[in-house]
Design a protein around this ligand. Structure first.
Ligand code: GDP
Length: 500
């Protein structure tokens, strides 16, 4: 990859603490730029003195010493890595300090006193991009990987970082280059070559490109959920089993469960991993009219969390008749994908299939039993039910179809196993769009190609077609950063964390 000509990297040397704040075994200070070696050498103290230039890529033991006070501020391991074979493509120094705020701050202060500048968020990766170490989509994958919440999200980010997605975009651009060359020939020698406007080969090549873009765009919905996750609100009148479901989902969750800051007493938020989807579950603790002022606050919050939900699960007790409260909740579901869980099927099923179908209307539903999930008495029925709900949520979230199959569930007794394919995201095997910026550029490229096809069908001159194809080419280039927009670069890298 070639270095970008707008490159300003290397003009100054920057430093940042690359490890998260707080106490830890080690904390790493990273330095990149032309003066990395000189700075490290000036602050590093060891008897007898050692030249980093003579020991590149070797981790050396010593101390960082304040040259003015002639006092050691930390005992460290340090390494010098000459460019261009480094993360940023420049000379890089890394200093492994003791992992506390004070030694790290002191090392940073010394570096800055020596003329080093504090890096902006994402500046290391930005330099990697500007120096041609990675393209823009790969740079964005770095951030996705750092912030990935599930293994699946991480594996998509790694694949993007390796250039899987960029390769797909480059191949689309190569297809467009071929077409553009042909048009140029057409324009320059109108009589000699085939006429691109009537050449079925060229037109079908444009259609094929649109098809490829279409496939990528289709993956965007999954990609967005995979990266950002979704918010699922569990609603239902008191005592139907909402907390039991939450507990079941937490127990079955295959990822680290993180408690989300800002959790209130009236709505509980937990993050679970449902087949690779990071799902934030909001247990809304029952929404119902009340005279009690405090409870009313809880209800307002519940309504707010319902409004912010991407999906809603309404739970009822199938062993009892439906109440006005159930119907009220059913009638006030927001306009997002919703599903219904008829719980407590082990206690006997009071609602007939017709009643359940009438209540669910067009919504998919499951008949479940979460018996024992709130106590120690866990039975197969419980985990089976949780799995059915997970399957349904996954299918609805990813649009992998078959949500309606659930409607054919058993009409009596405990839920019987329903064969769901354990579909996962095609993480490693296919390019997947996880980024809204990429999606928007793909859409614009697709519009330009559609316009090219229309121009061809109207018999417009090849120059018109060329404009559209060039637009598509440029748009795809925005994804990889081959076409450069300064404001986009600014926007992309400003979202990074410090030291990355
Ligand atoms: P919430 O108020 O909607 O959160 O309901 P909980 O999850 O606290 O459940 C209320 C009670 O119903 C608890 O005693 C649960 O153990 C019990 N329960 C939950 N699900 C089932 C079920 O499927 N069958 C039976 N028999 N009891 C259940």
């Amino acid at each position: 990859m070639e270095a970008k000509t707008i490159c300003t990297a290397g003009e100054d040397t920057i430093c940042a603490i690359a490890t998260p704040p707080g106490m830890g075994g080690i904390g790493i200070v990273r330095v990149t730029g032309d003066n990395a070696l000189q700075l490290l050498q000036a602050l590093f103290h060891r008897e007898p003195a050692l030249s980093f230039a003579e020991h590149p890529r070797e981790l050396l033991y010593g101390h960082i010493r304040d040259p003015e006070r002639r006092e050691d501020v930390d005992e460290v391991l340090a390494v010098y890595m000459p460019g261009p074979g480094t993360y940023t493509g420049e000379d890089v120094a890394e200093i492994d300090c003791h992992g506390g705020a004070v030694p790290l701050a002191e090392v940073m202060t010394l570096l800055m006193k020596s003329g080093c500048r504090h890096a902006e968020p994402g500046e290391f990766t930005k330099r990697a991009f500007l120096n041609g170490r990675m393209d823009l989509a790969q740079a964005e994958a770095v951030m996705d990987l750092v912030s990935a919440q599930t293994e699946e999200a991480g594996s998509v980010a790694v694949s993007q970082l390796k250039g899987r997605f960029s390769a797909e975009i480059q191949s689309l651009r190569a297809g467009l280059t071929d077409l553009l060359v042909q048009i140029e020939v057409n324009i320059d020698y109108p009589d000699e070559d085939i006429d691109i406007l009537t050449d079925t080969g060229s037109l079908s090549a444009i259609r094929a490109l649109r098809e490829e873009i279409g496939k990528l765009l289709e993956s965007a919905r999954k990609g967005k959920i995979l990266r950002d996750g979704l918010r699922l609100a569990i609603v239902g009148k008191p005592n139907v089993g909402k907390s039991s479901l939450l507990n079941g989902l937490l127990r079955q969750s295959r990822a680290i469960v993180t408690e989300i800051a800002g959790t209130t007493r009236d709505t509980i938020e937990e993050m679970v991993n449902i087949k690779g989807l990071p799902v934030t579950i909001v247990d809304t603790a029952g929404i119902r009219p009340t005279e009690d002022a405090i409870e009313r606050i809880g209800i307002e919050k519940s309504k707010a969390s319902l409004a912010s939900a991407d999906m809603v699960l309404l739970m009822t007790d199938v062993s009892l008749p439906l109440t006005g409260e159930d119907r009220d909740l059913r009638n006030h579901l927001p306009k997002v994908p919703c599903l219904i869980a008829f719980n407590k099927s082990d206690k006997g099923i009071h609602l007939s299939v017709e009643e359940r179908e009438a209540f669910a209307g067009e919504l998919p539903y499951v008949l479940i039993s979460l018996r024992g999930s709130a106590s120690k008495d866990e039975t197969w029925t419980n985990s089976e039910s949780v799995e059915r709900i997970e399957d349904l949520i996954y299918r609805m979230a990813t649009g992998s179809g078959g949500a309606q199959e659930e409607r054919k569930g058993p009409s009596t007794g405990a839920p019987s196993p329903v064969a769901f394919p354990s579909a996962r995201f095609p993480a490693a095997s296919a390019a997947i769009v996880t980024n809204a910026r990429h999606e928007a550029a793909l859409r614009r490229a697709d519009l330009a190609l559609a316009s090219a096809l229309r121009a061809a069908s109207r018999g417009e001159p090849p120059e018109i077609l060329e404009i559209d194809l060039r637009t598509a080419y440029e748009e795809l280039g925005f994804i990889t950063g081959d076409s450069i927009q300064h404001d986009v670069l600014q926007e992309v890298f400003s979202r990074f964390c410090l030291g990355k």
